[in-house]
Design a protein around this ligand. Structure first.
Ligand code: FAD
Ligand code: FO1
Length: 451
């Protein structure tokens, strides 16, 4: 029982009897294990209609730069190739979806539209605009979560401890094998667009001012290879996942963010592999509970990137400490250029700008220190989101908005001992890190290369 019906959210009910079915691919940019594609193909097969996939390429998506577009377009090039081999034409439409998609639908006689679930505000706005401008059946499928977001909970959850039991209860029903997409038997005269990342990158007008990440290979095959290599060392996750000097984490987040691998596939492979139960449990807690808690947060908290979204106790304690003396104050530029007094924080910032990633443990420390070293929680929040989304390959993700809100605003956390500036927000210190891992080694790893 694969529970497809629980993933379906109708934006406009209806059936197709002629014309063509289209999947508007957005968050889940893959052919394998993609519930939105599975649903779209089922609808097309039922009515014996052709099937196409369309991707709307929006310039500077939430401030994304070329390093993000290059990775994403690299993955989409492989998606287009695989779909072509399945007789499913792939189209890429540069421009705003509210304009380009209705035109595409009218021009190609699309009579049934499917898209994937995404809790980000900008995606909800895109869908609302498209739904207003077309009058065909339109369905949204949660292809990102193992337990569909709306099914896991109908409201904003307090924390991992409240959503965990709801997810665990439903997991046996949803964490199961997924049907493969088949070669589509109903052709059309539509040929689709080849994806040429180079020229699309030019067209996107994306910010080219930060260095790309040429050695991070994009696409489903590379995501699968990274999963296989992680499963070989999964045992280390149990004891070393919080040590940024050890390579104990999966590095799957860019692939999960762009949907180049399915979290359900990752969970199935983790469950099957040889590693110990505690390592599997620790990893699945992050991959399933923490990740789905982030979608829950963004989906049910429209202002997920603002101070107002923090819990009452957190807003109150931060207000009480607004006028505390800040021993250090840094501008966004000083933070961005890793020019603080703290070599550990600077190393984390360098890791972010240079490699497009930052170890999960350091992300907490990195964000919390920004609360301490900026003039207000609002400034800390906006600087953290700006840097997170400008440099991290997995940025612009519900995990990021939730992770930053946890660090700075106590979202999904509880009050701790009261102290200067932080109030009751959980505190992290250099010495606290030094008691957990070899801080000197981490700083050494990230020493600025001799220019
Ligand atoms: P692993 O430890 O191997 O975990 C596997 C997967 O589980 C991750 O890819 C991710 O999808 C999920 N996961 C792990 N930890 C968390 C977590 N704390 N919350 C939610 N999901 C989690 N994650 C992003 O994807 N994009 C971001 O922009 C982002 N920004 C963050 C900012 C801050 C301040 C904090 C505290 C966390 C942030 N995270 C973000 C969550 C987490 O740090 C990263 O997902 C993780 O470090 C990615 O590395 P990995 O894939 O090797 O993780
Ligand atoms: N999704 C789209 O449908 N079209 C885009 O042009 C697009 C660009 C983009 C750039 C950077 C990035 O991090 C994400 C981007 N996404 C785009 C969205 C992405 O697929 C995810 O849906 C969300 O960012 C995560 O919820």
């Amino acid at each position: 029982m694969h529970g497809l019906e629980d993933r379906i959210f109708p934006l406009r009910e209806g059936e197709a009897h002629f014309g063509c079915v289209a999947l508007w691919m957005s968050r889940d940019q893959r052919v394998s294990d993609n519930w939105a594609l599975i649903f779209a193909q089922e609808a097309a097969l039922k009515a014996a209609l052709p099937l196409v996939v369309v991707f709307t390429l929006s310039g500077s998506f939430l401030g994304a730069s070329r390093r993000h577009y290059a990775f994403m377009l690299g993955g989409l090039k492989l998606v287009a190739k695989r779909l072509r081999s399945l007789s499913i034409p792939f189209f890429i439409l540069p421009g705003e979806p509210g304009k380009t998609l209705p035109e595409f639908i009218a021009r190609h006689g699309i009579t049934f539209l499917v898209t994937d679930f995404d809790p980000l505000r900008i995606k909800k706005e895109w869908k609302e605009t498209v739904a207003r401008r077309v009058d065909i059946p339109f369905y949204e499928i949660d292809a990102h979560n193992i337990v569909p977001c709306r099914r896991a909970s109908g409201k904003r959850e307090y924390g991992a401890y409240t959503i965990r039991k709801k997810i665990k209860k439903l997991l046996p029903f949803f964490l199961d094998e997924m049907p493969a997409v088949q070669k589509h038997p109903h052709g059309s005269d539509l040929n689709g667009h080849p994806v040429d990342p180079g020229s699309l990158l030019q067209q996107s007008g994306a910010d080219a001012s930060i260095p790309g990440l040429p050695d991070v290979a994009a696409g489903e095959e590379h995501a699968a290879a990274r999963l296989r290599s992680f499963l070989e060392r999964l045992d280390r996750y149990a004891t070393e996942r919080n040590d940024p000097t050890r390579d104990a984490v999966s590095h799957l987040s860019p692939y999960l963010h762009f949907g180049q691998i399915s979290a359900q596939r990752v969970a199935l492979e983790v469950r099957r592999c040889r590693a110990g139960a505690d390592a599997k449990e620790a990893f699945l807690e992050e991959l399933i509970v923490r990740r789905e808690l982030s979608d829950n947060y963004c989906h049910y908290t429209p202002d997920y990137a603002s101070f107002d979204a923090f819990p009452d106790w957190a807003r109150k304690t931060l207000d009480d400490h607004r006028h505390d003396r800040r021993p250090y104050l840094y501008s966004r530029d000083e933070l961005e250029s890793a020019a603080t007094h703290d070599p550990l924080w600077n190393a984390a910032q360098l890791q972010m700008t240079r490699t497009g990633t930052m170890h999960g443990y350091m992300r907490m420390y990195w964000a919390k220190k920004m609360l301490e070293w900026t003039a207000s929680p609002e400034e800390a929040l906006s600087a953290a989101i700006y840097l997170n989304d400008r440099y991290l390959l997995d940025g612009r993700d519900p995990n990021g908005y939730a992770g930053i809100a946890w660090s700075i605003g106590g979202v999904h956390d509880r009050p701790w001992g009261e102290r200067n500036v932080f109030g009751k927000i959980r505190y992290m210190s250099y010495n606290g890190c030094a008691s957990k891992f070899n801080v000197k080694r981490y700083i050494e790893m990230l020493k600025p290369v001799e220019s």
